[in-house]
Ligand binder design. Sequence first.
Ligand code: XMP
Length: 515
Amino acid sequence: RLVILDFGSQYSELIARRIRETQVYSEVMSYRTTAEQIRQLSPKGIILSGGPNSVYDSRAPQCDPEIWQLGIPILGVCYGMQLMVQQLGGQVEKAERGEYGKASLHIDDPTDLLTNVEDGATMWMSHGDSCTRLPDGFEILAHTDNTHCAAIAHHEKQLFGVQFHPEVVHSIGGIALIRNFVYHICECEPTWTTEAFVEEAIRDIRAKVGDKRVLLALSGGVDSSTLAFLLHRAIGDKLTCMFIDQGFMRKGEPERLVDIFDNQFHITVEYVNARERFLAQIEGVTDPEEKRRRIGHEFIKVFEEESERLGPFDYLAQGTLYPDVIESADTNVDPKSGERIAVKIKSHHNVGGLPKNLRFKLVEPLRKLFKDEVRKLGRAIGLPEEIVRRHPFPGPGLAIRIIGEVTAERLNLLRDADFIVRDEISKQGIYHDFWQAFAVLLPVRSVGVMGDQRTYAHPIVLRLITSEDGMTADWARVPYDLLEIMSNRIVNEVKGVNRVVYDITSKPPGTIEWE
Ligand code: XMP
């Protein structure tokens, strides 16, 4: 494995993903990790990430200076390189001119780290400081027009530094550089493969759970579905999948989920029809956060009742992913057993969040994985493509896409309109061009005319967006013809709708959902 010490760069996670793409396992750890702790992990290499600080600030994060003596190859990226230079006796100063964006890399020494990186390759820079004096034994491997020390090395000690960010996609040749470090300098073997992960995960799950029973709350999303497939493979019928139907899913979705799991893959799903309960809970509620709160609260109640009915269970399976682990370093550990317990759950958690005081022990076999690795895993263990590549869907579902009060009638109306949106993009083979594509129902009414009749009915908003990660998003430039087809169908087929509008707001300043 490789260890990445994180100094607060927005790219630390990206470095980890890039390394894993070379089929080598990598982990992000705090910059405070001591040399001794690192030694115990026996990594083949260490990467020091970038960071927002200047190394000469009094409060700048420092790494344990003992790491230079570990005899493990180290690559410092941006701040990481400056830290290396400073701690080993060189000098870092504010640059005359900062360097932000693309820069051409002029290679002075095309060996080891820069093998197969083309002279003049574009690299992504983002720094206001520069190394003005290198520590003893270091050489310059490359420079740019603005930066003397763009890449440096102490060959004998296997210490390397780059001022640019090889991990971002705009850095042409960045991947080659990372591969050089991983394979040639650290001499890693490409062992981080999905097959190896499945084998190890199944072994671990069996060893941990034994013949105890495990409960899993299935939402139909890719994480909980992959988790269900993996656990079922490991422990068979000791796994119980519970699917709580809140009544806010899209048309046909609950039936489809049960059909896929039960009939196609013989993984029994305990289907809990709680539609009326949930609807009763949010009757008359118009405030979005209050809707979420009540739905989350009811989810916990139903979950508790049903787990009691179906139980007892020793373990709860959770689809915690690696980014959640990095973000919530303050993991909650049961003082008696030393097991992690479910206490802190993100408010955006897919199943709406689980009870705070559940005393289940947790199984979290996906906690080493990034989202794209979960998709790969899902595919590898036979999860159907329609689940693997399903658009994200919020836990509270259609309830937060009905602006204002949610009623059974409005739910049906939105469900029909939403179906048409998905149906049309599927027919045209462009479903995967979007991050999400859905309909929103507004509580206002407008005048229309159908035949000789005046109508006074609700508008539907079409929201079709593209995005990399849901953090930022853009409205999709879909063909007018497609909008026309959707609009015609919705107004004609969905009773109670007489107008369709297209949302052309990006995020920011808008959000993806309307509530
Ligand atoms: P926003 O609307 O904040 O959405 O731009 C970003 C992403 O999060 C999803 N989303 C939710 N997911 N529970 C969830 O599980 C929620 O309450 C929730 N609200 C928004 C949204 O669909 C988008 O993918």
